[in-house]
Design a protein around this ligand. Structure first.
Ligand code: ADP
Ligand code: MG
Ligand code: MG
Length: 913
């Protein structure tokens, strides 16, 4: 027989999938001997079966009866008994906490008879009738789905009829009357009487919880948060305890540490003489835990003991719900609490200090995504702000600008140097140019997979989406939020890390964590001290900086993957180095052929003879050499991977249409510059309908004589010059877009010849220079023939951007804006394959490439230089596949360092502290 019902004494915290988070933790607390009111949990499996067959599984009712009778026997009371009734709460609770599930119904078991019994037993008639009217109200609303206003309106009417404002001013007779009114409303709305039978109340409530799994709200939330549709929710049936039994009773919530700042020490709110969610509903001012100590020292002591026990057991921040009934403490809920990124780092470091967790475990308590949030510039916390509304935090950052309502305006205003925030109901592919031009994007509709969110994240633009309170009127060019109107050109500020939207320009300050990353702990602390506020060098922010340093340092010690940066200029290289990069994994050389140097490339392309071409290349040589000298100097002692020219040549030539017009116009007047005509012919010859798959990468090297040779020569000469000057340049040459071993073989042959000659000329002696020559693996064919390619390669670097493009057949520039939001919506992906490596497909190519390559050369060096190198989830994948390094944009280097450490620390639960 399947077990559908677990007593709180049976389960444990590791059974969240079966008992839901709430049920599993209630069981855990019961096991720990903490004061939990007895009860039982109906499993998620029962819910799944209910949803599948449309009714309760046969055994379920029987098992509920057994559990209920056991509960009654244990307490010596019967559910809904007319003398001393047992009452229960019915509470939903899925594996992941989730809005949209049914709200809790309290006081189940009360009816016309038991309300009297309860009044007698407690000697508090008002309490009994107030509990009964609460049951009618909650049951009516959540189980019978009668609009809540039906009850709240009747409640307000009763008060105004009596001429009072406070709930507590209604006396027993008023409450008895209200109960009759509520019962009549229920009859009126459903056509039947409020179920008087206690067991029927219980069964109906349980069934409603099951059904609430499929509300629209719950479904929407699951889609947004990537939670599976078929988990189902558990149902908890818990003996009622009463915080509304007078002044020695009350209810509260608490955290064992502050989840917002991470400050050590318990923190909570308490409300005397209250039930359920009164404490968070803001009906009366709450008391602090210190106030509770004054009020009821014994309960406070007990609560403190319980919280310490929970922290010792869970070894983490816990949040709790509790009730005190006539001086006796009851625990109603606990879980490992959610927290802000700053709190996550501080708490992890505190727990290490308290020797409750190891440093390795501490790495498991923080994430690269949290670190990234801490590194963005932030709105000045001290500044005065006007919060307009809150949407979803879709892409982090703090953006300030003038509100504009269409793409053209965004582009036009940005072109004249204005900062703008593009505000749309929702975006579509036509908005792309506006999104590029804007400092931030704000939408009223759509979730984290909406077009706005996906595209903004892809290009690192700050974005708040789904701010539903915004009434966007693109015709009148304004937004309304309540009574506030924001017109085109008015300044607004959006926080993509919290989802907040502010009116006006909120001042932005650099983040202290960013200062630490660039300049070290001392510099960051000095800055904080200088700024005063927040306790200077000892304040909360200082502790945060120290915590980040502690964990990042440990991650560096722990990680097996090295972290390099993608950097094209010496300036980027310096920044990358200050962020902790251990080398450059990808230096693109194309920018070195732009600007003034464009004409030299034109000369190469237009050359009629080999001599003319060589002369043009010769002119580029010293420029290119200096580029490499600068870069290698900035990274002295660390490896620098220079990729030979990759993009199609026409990218360096004038625009085809423009040039054609110019020639046509000149033709009409008979004054064509013959050079233009020749250039046009070349542009037309080089024009490609699919440049991404055309004459680029290694194909250029093999078809344009002298081009790769120039780059290899310039780089080698740079190395020779720096070596002579006593430096330690570590150059690596990388050949792009190789699909066949023969391509690499030919380039390698030529390059080795050049290096050999230059070294011989240099007189550096027969030591030679160690310049590894490797290739990118960015075509499926390269991955599949990696065992051959490895014969000619000293290293592989997986170019996962192009590998994703060529593996999926996606042209990123075209598909990302046009189809990804729809694909995410339809569930084709759960995340863009350009953001997180598609482990099953493209990841498999990486795995094959790595394995096959190492079969040929066991010590083949393997890296990644696509954007995935900076993505947390992908980094764990690359670690598992056994790569040696990841390379990512300089800004993501700290995130990658942390994640590389986390990947290494995971799975080794105990380590030295
Ligand atoms: P949520 O998941 O929304 O927190 P809960 O099931 O925890 O829902 O309950 C809502 C409120 O009712 C909480 O304040 C909780 O402490 C209170 N509550 C739940 N069960 C009981 C009970 N058996 N006795 C007293 N209060 C209860
Ligand atoms: Mg709760
Ligand atoms: Mg590429």
């Amino acid at each position: 027989m399947t077990q559908y019902v677990y007593d709180f004494t049976q389960g444990s915290k590791d059974q969240k999938a079966l008992l839901g988070g709430k049920g599993a933790n209630l069981a855990e607390m019961t096991k720990l001997g903490l004061p939990v009111p007895p009860g039982f949990t109906i499993t998620t499996q029962a819910c799944r079966e209910f949803l599948q067959i449309g009714s309760e599984p046969g055994d379920l009712r029987v098992q509920v009866t057994m559990a209920l009778r056991q509960l009654e026997d244990q307490l010596g009371r019967r559910l809904g008994d007319r003398h001393d009734p047992l009452l229960v709460s019915v509470r939903s609770g899925a594996q992941f906490s989730m809005p949209g599930m049914m709200e809790t119904v309290l006081n189940v078991g009360l009816n016309d008879a038991s309300v009297k019994g309860m009044a007698e037993e407690t000697g508090n008639e008002r309490f009994a009738w107030d509990s009964y009217r609460r049951l009618l109200q909650m049951f009516g609303k959540t189980v019978l789905e009668i609009p809540g206003e039906v009850f709240s309106d009747a409640w307000d009417k009763a008060k105004s009829a009596k001429g009072v404002t406070g709930d507590l001013e209604l006396d027993v007779d008023d409450l008895k009357e209200i109960v009759e009114v509520f019962k009549a409303e229920i009859k009126n709305a459903t056509g039947s009487e409020f179920p008087q039978h206690p067991r029927e109340q219980l069964d109906l409530a349980i069934r409603s919880v099951f059904q609430s799994w499929n509300t629209d709200r719950a479904k929407l939330y699951r889609r947004r948060e990537r939670i599976s549709e078929n988990l189902g929710t558990a149902v908890n049936v818990c003996t009622m305890v009463f915080g509304n039994l007078g002044d020695t009773s009350g209810t509260g919530v608490a955290f064992t540490r502050d989840p917002a700042s991470g400050q050590a020490g318990a923190y909570g709110d308490y409300l005397a003489n209250a039930q359920g969610e009164d404490v968070v509903a803001g009906i009366r001012n709450t008391l602090s835990l210190d106030d509770l100590r004054e009020l009821d020292p014994a309960s406070h002591r007990e609560l403190t003991r319980v919280m310490r026990r929970l922290e010792t057991h869970y070894r983490d921040l816990c949040d709790i719900e509790f009730t005190i009934e006539r001086g006796k403490l009851w625990m109603l809920q606990t879980r490992v609490g959610k927290r802000t990124p700053a709190a996550a780092f501080r708490i992890a470091a505190q727990l290490v200090d308290e020797q409750l967790i190891t440093l390795d475990e501490a790495l498991g308590r923080v994430s690269g995504a949290q670190l990234a949030l801490l590194m963005f510039p932030q709105f000045d916390r001290a500044a005065e702000k006007t919060l307009l509304t809150k949407g979803m935090a879709a892409s982090p950052g703090a953006a300030v600008g003038k509100a504009v309502f269409d793409s053209e305006t965004a582009v036009a205003w940005a072109a004249r140097g204005e900062q703008v925030v593009l505000v749309r109901r929702e975006t579509n592919p036509d908005d792309l140019s506006g999104m590029i031009a804007a400092a931030g994007v704000l939408t009223a509709r759509g979730g984290k997979t909406s077009h706005a969110a996906v595209v903004a994240r892809g290009m690192g633009r700050t974005c708040v989406c789904g701010a539903e309170a915004l009434n966007v009127d693109p015709v009148a060019r304004q937004i309304k939020v309540g009574d506030t109107v924001i017109a085109e050109g008015d300044e607004i500020s959006i926080d993509g890390s919290t989802g907040e939207v502010f009116a006006g320009a909120v001042p932005v300050v650099p983040s202290p964590v960013q200062t630490y990353i660039e300049s070290g702990v001392d510099a960051a602390l000095a800055e904080l001290t200088a700024a005063g506020g927040d306790g200077g060098g000892d304040g909360e922010t200082a502790q945060l900086v120290k915590a980040v340093d502690r964990l990042l340092t440990h991650a560096d010690q722990r990680s097996r993957l090295a972290v390099r940066a993608n950097a094209d200029t010496a300036e980027d290289a310096v920044r990358a180095r200050s962020f902790g990069a251990q080398g450059i994994g990808l230096c693109r050389t194309e920018h070195m052929f732009l600007g003034d140097r464009r004409t030299l490339i034109e000369r190469v392309v237009l050359a009629d003879t080999g001599d003319e071409r060589d002369a043009a290349l010769e002119a580029l040589l010293p420029l290119q050499r200096q580029d490499f000298i600068d870069l290698l100097t900035a990274m002295d002692g660390l490896p620098v991977t220079i990729r030979l020219l990759d993009p199609p040549l026409h990218e360096f030539l004038p625009d085809k249409t423009e040039l054609a017009v110019k020639v046509a116009v000149a033709d009409a007047t008979g004054e064509v510059d013959p050079k233009d005509r020749k250039l046009l012919a070349a542009v037309e010859r080089l024009h490609e309908s699919n440049p991404m798959l055309g004459l680029r990468g290694v194909r250029l090297g093999l078809l344009i004589p002298g081009l790769f040779a120039l780059q290899v020569r310039a780089a080698t000469e740079a190395v020779i010059e720096l070596t002579r000057a006593g430096k330690r340049p570590k150059l690596e040459i990388m050949v792009p877009l190789v699909g066949s071993v023969m391509e690499l073989h030919l380039v390698r042959l030529e390059s080795e010849q050049i290096i050999k000659e230059l070294v011989a000329e240099s007189g550096l002696g027969d030591k030679g220079l160690d310049i590894p020559i490797g290739t990118m693996i960015e075509l499926p064919r390269a991955a599949l023939t990696a065992h051959r390619i490895a014969e000619e390669a000293d290293f592989f670097s997986f170019g996962t951007n192009d590998l994703t493009q060529t593996g999926w057949g996606f042209s990123r520039d075209d598909v990302e804006a046009a189809i990804f939001a729809a694909y995410l919506e339809k569930g084709v992906f759960t995340i863009s394959p350009f953001e997180t490596i598609d482990a099953d497909g493209i990841g498999r190519l990486v795995k094959i490439g790595a394995e096959e390559g190492r079969k040929t050369k066991p010590d083949l060096k393997l890296g990644v230089c696509g954007e995935h190198g900076g993505d947390p989830e992908s980094i764990h994948f690359f670690h598992d596949v056994g790569l040696d390094y990841v390379s990512c944009s300089p800004f993501r280097v700290p995130v990658a360092r942390l994640e590389a450490g986390r990947a290494a620390a995971a799975g080794t639960p105990t380590e030295e502290i």
